[in-house]
Design a protein around this ligand. Structure first.
Ligand SMILES: [Fe+2]
Ligand SMILES: [Fe+2]
Length: 379
């Protein structure tokens, strides 16, 4: 397996339950592209040499075991690690899983964070220094909480307050460690663009708030605003949100409603701090009045919003998108500076220092591997 820093690791998921298949696919894309198949689709050709197999199949009866054996036959000899998620942990089922090639057996109702952590450790390349285990655990916790949050937002349910708190706590404690660079490394592995963006902006904002010495309560609010800033996108039609190309003016108009939609979702639910509501509503406003939705200018845009806007613009530039290659950090920073009066230049300068420190840390850790980041994740 080439691992994270070289080629893209593929997680192959085979599940006989459609609902679980969708939820697991989303969860597993934390560590790279995840292909999800039903047992009848599973003989499709795939590059086994770079796969981690996750099997979520019923093994309780003779017929279901036969189905599982047939589904897994193409992968048995490939030697890829194979995790079985068992709904029945009886010794009989565990024996069947072993006979089918399990390298790990876990209960199907295992907490998502434990599963992701385990997979992260299985995939970690042994020959290169990666982010610390503590940072990885925080990243996994933030991603799992985010998953609950986004699922609820898409279903139209109330946003789970506990998931918001958990993600904020995980991101802020990760920022305490000062390893923004390690955080970015893990963000690049995530294959879901929405999660990637949210984790990236949250990590940048948390690092910013820590750097300029905000009090803990203010850091929490800043990071909460960053976690929630694009929550309104959960209500934007998927064909616009995931369009593999540039949006038409009419589609832009719909997309640009997301700050107002997000703000209204939070107001309707209640319990969110005014600073968070303002940031969600105004994160696309520019100081020269050229932003949206209200064309606010200057003093009408508070500092926390200005910080989130800088991190949001920067994140969008360095992310991979289907219609453009990712920019290098230096190019993206130059774009921020060139935006002139739109952004708060004093804050842009502080942001530059934070990013410079992260690149220096990267050079120290990865040496010659530094140039690989950004290009190997391009869509
Ligand atoms: Fe946005
Ligand atoms: Fe955003």
């Amino acid at each position: 397996m080439e691992g994270f820093f070289g080629g893209r690791t593929i997680v192959l998921l085979i599940s006989d339950c459609e609902e679980r298949r969708q939820a697991l696919q989303r969860t597993l894309s934390l560590w790279g592209p995840c292909v999800a198949l039903s047992p009848s689709q599973s003989s499709r050709e795939i590059d086994e040499s770079r796969s981690l197999l996750v099997v979520d199949l019923d093994l309780s009866g003779r017929k279901s075991i036969e189905t599982a054996r047939a589904a897994l036959a193409p992968y048995r000899l490939a030697g890829a690690p194979c995790i079985f998620l068992l709904r029945d942990m009886s010794s009989r089922c565990q024996m069947q899983a072993n006979a089918l090639g399990a390298t790990d057996i876990l209960p199907a109702d295992i907490p998502v964070t434990v599963l992701l952590d385990k997979i992260g450790l299985m995939l970690a390349p042994p020959d290169r220094p990666g982010p610390s285990a503590a940072l990885q655990q925080r990243f996994v916790a933030a991603s799992a909480a985010l998953s609950d949050l986004m699922d609820a937002a898409e279903r139209g349910d109330g946003l789970p307050v506990e998931a918001i708190d958990d993600s904020v706590e995980a991101v802020n404690r990760a920022a305490d460690g000062g390893d923004l660079d390690g955080w970015l490394d893990m963000v690049w592995r995530h294959d879901d663009a929405t999660y990637q963006h949210c984790l990236l902006v949250s990590g940048l904002v948390a690092a910013f708030a820590q750097r300029i010495g905000f009090r803990e309560a203010d850091r929490r609010l800043m990071t909460e605003a960053a976690v929630l800033h694009d929550i309104g996108k959960a209500r934007i039609p998927l064909d616009i949100l995931r369009k593999p190309g540039k949006l038409t003016p009419a589609e832009h108009e719909i997309m640009n409603q997301h700050p107002q939609i997000g703000h209204d979702m939070l107001v309707a639910q209640g319990g969110f701090a005014p600073a968070v509501l303002t940031a969600v509503l105004s994160h696309h406003e520019y100081l020269d009045g050229s932003g949206y939705p209200h064309g606010l200018a200057g003093d009408h845009i508070p500092d926390p919003v200005r910080i989130i806007t800088i991190c949001d613009v920067y994140a969008a530039l360095i992310e991979r998108r289907s219609y453009k290659p990712p920019m290098s950090p230096a190019e993206a920073y130059a774009v921020l500076v060139a935006m002139g009066e739109k952004l708060d230049l004093d804050l842009v300068r502080v942001f530059g220092e934070i990013m410079l420190d992260a690149s220096i840390a990267r050079l120290g850790r990865y040496g010659a591997h530094v140039s690989k980041r950004g290009t190997d994740t391009a869509a």
